[in-house]
Design a protein around this ligand. Structure first.
Ligand code: GDP
Length: 401
């Protein structure tokens, strides 16, 4: 089919004469078939139906509605999380932050702090929520750190599931976590136990994007080595961080090149700054050192621009789509499975009670069908999760299940 051709999908009720059963007139059945009929149109005014404006209608509606995006930042305090968020979204989200002292940090458990800001750019509104996890990894025992983060992600899914199943779905708010920026310290040699534990708990619930913090403290060779080790660890421990989707073949060469560079740069080694400096008459966000200036946006100094491009300009919608289609679907399938298993147990109990001493539970065909459907649905979604995240690799498939 040529680009620009018009075609229609039509539901037809036709007799399926070719099927095996069609031999006998008794079994001749009307089977609805969906047939794609290609309608070639000259593009003159006369033949214009009007559905070509559908993308504009969708665009107008989405702009009016605005967009939601929730970003979770995870990493020890002092790694530059707040500075990076301020640099990414050109705001000052952490003006009144209280830094906890050593004693506090030993005793304190990880908490969740949510900050929301509404940003508008060229008429497009974005409701951005930053979920910070102060105290993460600060205490001697880090076990509660991942527990708190994981419970928060689950809770947002649960809330969305409840809202979705409720009567009034018009004003539902999407607070699900669409992306988790996981900060690895620059002094680490590779992923540490706490990083692996945390990612293991989160990788099937949220899109993890790994960043190496304060990359200005590393030489180019050290950055390269740390990136390689992190990638090896992710592979070895089978942690599925966010996978960039394949670039469409009809994209222009410039976009394809940008996409290749983004993929090659992960995990992103970033430098952040709250300070705006003047370099050669140009105002830039940077860090001033006795020996020179690190320009945060200079791709030779750090991957900050690549991270910002990916997170905001090119992959924000994909992060939301994967959250909806993969992570939330997984959660939803598990919920439905639990609900129907509970209902079946209850029905079984009722039947046992009504049958007196006969304790054998009799499953009806409907019960069996329900169980089978649960199983299939759950397996199907797990499979699609896997397919979206990993290139087919037989050994990994086994361990994922
Ligand atoms: P948070 O506790 O993780 O939110 O860390 P902050 O954003 O408060 O940063 C802690 C300190 O690190 C501050 O003094 C920042 O100026 C500094 N900092 C932030 N980003 C960077 C960076 O990329 N490189 C360096 N060298 N220092 C940074």
């Amino acid at each position: 089919m040529e680009k620009g051709d018009s075609y229609a999908i039509v539901d037809l009720n036709i007799c399926d004469k070719d099927s095996e059963k069609a031999d006998s007139p008794d079994t001749l059945k009307k089977i609805p078939l969906t047939t794609v009929i290609k309608i070639q149109r000259d593009r003159g005014e006369r033949d214009y139906i009007g559905f070509a404006t559908l993308p504009e209608q969708v665009h107008r509606k989405s702009v009016k509605r605005g967009f939601d995006f929730t970003l979770m930042v995870v990493g020890e305090s002092g790694l530059g999380k707040s500075t990076l968020i301020n640099s990414l979204f050109l705001g000052d989200l952490y003006k009144n932050r209280k830094i906890s002292d050593v004693q506090d940090r030993i005793e304190k458990t990880t908490t969740i702090e949510k900050k929301t800001m509404e940003i508008e750019e060229r008429g497009v509104k974005l409701r951005l929520t930053i979920v910070d996890t102060p105290g993460f990894g600060d205490a001697i025992n880090c076990e509660d750190s991942w527990r708190v983060c994981s419970a928060y992600v689950d809770e947002q899914f649960r809330q969305y599931f409840t809202d979705e199943s409720g009567l009034n779905r018009r004003h539902m708010q999407d607070n699900r976590v669409h992306c988790c920026l996981y900060f690895v310290p620059p002094w680490a040699h590779s992923l540490r136990q706490v990083d692996l534990e945390m990612m293991r708990r989160l990788h099937r619930k949220v899109n993890i994007v790994v960043v190496i913090a304060k990359a200005d403290s590393l030489t180019a060779a050290e950055v390269k080595r740390l990136k390689t080790r992190i990638l090896n660890d992710l592979d070895e421990y089978q942690i599925q961080v966010y996978q960039f989707p394949e670039c469409d073949s009809d994209e222009d060469e410039e976009f394809k090149q940008q996409d290749r560079e983004l993929k090659a740069a992960a995990p992103f080694a970033v430098v952040a700054s709250d300070t705006v400096l003047e370099i050669g008459g140009k105002r830039v966000r940077g860090r001033q050192y006795p020996w020179g200036i690190v320009d945060v946006e200079n791709p030779r100094h750090s991957d900050f621009t690549k991270l910002r491009t990916m997170l905001i300009s090119t992959h924000m919608q994909d992060l939301k789509d994967v959250t909806q289609d993969v992570h939330y679907e997984n959660f939803r399938a598990q919920c439905i499975s639990q609900i129907s298993q509970h209902a079946m147990r209850e029905r079984g109990k009722l039947k046992r009670d009504s049958m007196g001493n006969n304790t054998d539970v009799v499953f009806t065909d409907t019960d069996r069908l329900l169980l089978q459907k649960d199983e299939e649905g759950y397996r199907g979604i797990r499979h699609s999760t896997y397919a979206r995240h990993v290139n087919s690799n037989a050994t990994k498939t086994e361990s994922f299940r």
